[in-house]
Design a protein around this ligand. Sequence first.
Ligand code: ARG
Ligand code: ZN
Length: 876
Amino acid sequence: QIVNLADYRPTNFVLERVDLTFDLHPTETKVEARLIFHRREGIDPKAPLVLDGDELALSGLLLDQTELPAAQYDATPESLTVRDLPESTPFELTITTVINPEANTQLMGLYRTGGIYCTQCEAEGFRRITYFPDRPDVLAPYTVNIIADKAANPLLLSNGNFLGGAGYGEGKHFAAWFDPHPKPSYLFALVAGDLGVVEDTFTTLSGREVALKIYVEHGKEPRAVYAMDALKRSMKWDEERFGREYDLDIFMIVAVSDFNMGAMENKGLNVFNDKYVLADPETATDADYANIEAIIAHEYFHNWTGNRITCRDWFQLCLKEGLTVYRDHEFSADQRSRPVKRIAEVRHLKSEQFPEDSGPLAHPVRPTKYREINNFYTTTVYEKGSEVTRMIATLLGRDLFKQGMDLYFDRHDGQAVTIEDFVRCFEDVSGRDLSQFSLWYHQAGTPLVTASGAYDADAKTFTLSLEQMVPATPGQTAKKPMHIPLRMGLLAEDGAVITPASASGAELVDDVLHLTKQTQTATFHGISQRPVLSLNRSFSTPINLQFSQSAGDLALIARYETDHFARWQALIDLGLPNLLQAARDARQGVEITCDPAFTNALLAAAADDSLEPAFRAQVLTLPSESDIARELGGNNDPDAIHAARQTIIKRIAVAGQGVFTALYDGMQTPGRFTPDAASAGRRALRNAALSYLSQSDETPARAKAAYDAANNMTDLSAALTILAQQFPDTAETAAALAHFRDRFADNALVIDKWLAIQAAIPGAGALERIRLLMETPLFKHTNPNRVRALIGTFAFANPTGFGRADGAGYNFLADEILEIDQRNPQLAARILTSMRSWRLLEPVRADHARSALMRIERAGGLSTDVRDIVDRILKE
Ligand code: ARG
Ligand code: ZN
């Protein structure tokens, strides 16, 4: 059934306190929940109390310590209804349930992973532990008592501060925790088991000392040192940039091997997918280090944006996620290179969120209905949600944005609030009416802005005509014009900045031009020479921009823009038409051409030593095959796109041999490995050069030598990727793959790289390779990371292999989805979203994709998760 935002009502009963006791056992854990409630004022004295459950069985129920007669309640696996409760006095319900963590393969609620007990409660996992008002607007302080076998579980952890512990007879012990900060059930966590620890402390701005602990499997402690460093930097940054201090005596992170998502911000006790904690030079790439830094920060930042101030209901998910992603983006930008970080964000947004926003799964950043909330942890809520927050900062400017955030923290601390509450803080500090701007939360679809410019030398004016169009999306046909803040710059022929004397027709504040009407013409006065317009600098607004600029103008921007993001964008805009035309030509069997203006500009940037290496590496990374498919917009043939892109890459490789040789020799990082951004940038540029050099070599020798010489995982996996992608069927590649497997067979996270590299090898043979890899004991169907590495990479990142013309890839995926769904619906549903763009395929493949999807749709016993996705993907 569908949940509607319009149906939101506060609960009938107010929860005052929660007291939980867990008697842990692998298959029979006893949970006793003592809940103190009172009836909310003005609520019908006859109204019953209805609590949520999921696959629960009630084994005891007391009201104020007295057993309740059966006539006074109804218990089903999904709910507990209690009648005839006191009209006005508080009462205590004691609910006992017995659950089986070992059998919990959904990884929601209390489950077991690698011999330890762990929980995941967001969004609706707590109801798999006990009957509860399992919704984010029910906040209470929690006491948690944990009893467990002492030898197997020396560690007993929960939220808040440690109260104490002691022996408990028969080889058991117990520990008690108290979290004074009222919180919703989705932030509850419990971890028990035997783990190693890395410890440190952090002294907050006001001088309080906080104990920091990161728990990992024994023996992996050295690999948690970088995460600890990232945590301390995050804590400091949040104090400096947002004035946010930590608020408990202890902050803990636990790394687990079986986890559906990246990590979870439970109060004082974050639980992480170990992929985002463990790192050392031998096993982690520079990208892994950057992800760890970002995700540690993200979860830590949730302590204020999510935990202290939480969501009234799940429609408000972007209130905490969009804002927290924005905060972690800003953190990484400050820790590393801001323009390079922005390029990576925009790449990610365009390749993941834009397809979502233009396909059958499109939904507003703040949706108004859902069938399965797990399916709304999307790039739209997270990444577009972050972009909307960024636009508020752009609209208001740094100072007012800061004031608005301060007001938000001040006004709403301890509350469960809405997007409207958030936006009102910025309206109140700025006096600006943000109602039109708020359409960004409510209207799905990526706006298309069409721009054209005209220079009038006599009048010394430059006129910019803008038109916006927001495409129709499921459930939303008619759209209103949005408030679109476009950063812009005007450049002279020699690259100098042109500052207009004034602007009319549209508001211009600093470099931000405000487009608010469907069509609008802005005129810039006092322009004494033809300007080159750089539009949507730093991607100030997440739109598709249609603006034809000559290759000369783009090359000028690529060379002179002060905004380096805009330089990168100009090079993409120079290259993209070539890639698109090449794809059309490959489809027609026509010879592929490539404009030398593009190759020259690209190579000039790559060779420009005044630019950061990381930026140059980004320049050398062409749009992906999926990016090209999205830009083509329909009737797509993955083989033609692949052939086209490869041809262009080869042209660049041949034209740039000298540049690439110099980079490969010059960009070494001698000495001990350090994961800092500057060294990572040099490695990225050097490996990009190696990839192009291998293209022109046409032999695997150079990449194999690089593989043999590598002394860190970044270089090792880069060389292995080149071998696998470019020379899949050679002895060199086979040898490197076997060597890599044998060397890292005992490190599952590195084996994920080995699986993913092979899953991405293009061509119709990919499926057979996948099937063989599934047979190796290194692959485990029950582990989400393994499944995502092999099956996820195949479906999301191998368009020619997955999309082979006979439909075998789609059929394979359907079988896998049906099987995974039996165990882990969230994982199955997530991987199924790889089919969201099937309607853009040429008719033969589209037919195969549709039949595979229909086979899923007709299967019996689907989870709500998969049912929701498959229905939406297939809907006309
Ligand atoms: N709140 C977590 C984060 O973004 C993600 C949890 C997602 N859980 C889920 N069941 N979908 O930091
Ligand atoms: Zn989050």
